[in-house]
Ligand binder design. Structure first.
Ligand SMILES: C[S@@+](CC[C@H](N)C(=O)[O-])C[C@H]1O[C@@H](n2cnc3c(N)ncnc32)[C@H](O)[C@@H]1O
Length: 205
């Protein structure tokens, strides 16, 4: 059974982007506390940080309230991240963490919302709770990968139950990514629905 927060947020994911945005605007602070308490952001940061230089510059797609920025900083990342999200409420919470440099409101279902490949060259990109849940992996991943410098790292989670593994792994190969690790990050039942994120760390050629 889903909690009231998740009923609203997941229900909204099957409706309009405006409904998703409104749900996260409203439940952002509760979501922030619940996902931090689950330990999933810390687990994702641990898996990715072992490959990063502390001076690495990264970008967080669907950054939400900034929990990945908090978790990466706790493990020694020095530079604040750039972040994109559709919810102004979540972006305000991310701003308050002090772990983000530039934050931009963007609908990542739209190709034009992604940073132009020619204009950016990040050392790493990270995303949790966006790919698969709200934006299809085959739409998001090619655009995310284009923001990386050669040899850059990608850490991204997909929700385990709803992911077609073989097509996803074929796409990673087609995009020139080598998978370095896969970590299961459980989110226990509580304020959030019990689920489990499958967090990939990959490197681009
Ligand atoms: C489950 S939360 C994850 C937030 C954060 N990454 C975390 O791990 O806590 C999903 C986030 O995706 C954002 N989102 C949903 N649909 C989106 C879209 N089409 N474009 C950009 N962000 C979107 C929501 O606003 C929300 O902040």
């Amino acid at each position: 059974m889903k909690s009231p927060i998740e009923d609203t947020i997941w229900g909204a994911s099957y409706g309009s982007v405006a409904a998703v945005q409104a749900a996260f605007d409203r439940f952002g602070p509760e979501y922030h506390d619940a996902i931090l308490a689950s330990g999933a952001p810390a687990g994702a940061a641990q898996a990715l940080m072992s490959h990063l230089n502390p001076d690495a510059q990264g970008i967080d797609f669907g950054c939400g309230s900034g929990v990945l920025g908090i978790a990466l900083r706790a493990l020694g990342l020095k530079k604040p991240l750039d972040g994109l999200d559709v919810s102004a409420g979540m972006l305000e919470l991310a701003h308050q963490t002090g772990c983000y440099r530039e934050l931009r409101q963007a609908n990542l279902l739209l190709t034009e919302s992604y940073p132009k490949a020619s204009g950016v060259s990040y050392d790493f990109a990270i995303s949790m709770g966006l790919v698969g849940d709200y934006v299809p992996y085959y739409l998001a991943l090619p655009h995310i990968v284009q923001t990386l410098r050669p040899g850059g790292f990608l850490g991204f989670a997909v929700e385990s139950r709803s992911t077609p593994w073989r097509p996803l792994e074929k796409l990673l190969t087609d995009l020139g990514l080598t998978t370095l690790s896969e970590t299961i990050l459980p989110v226990p039942e509580g304020k959030l629905t019990a689920q489990s994120y499958h967090f990939y760390v990959a490197q681009i050629r």
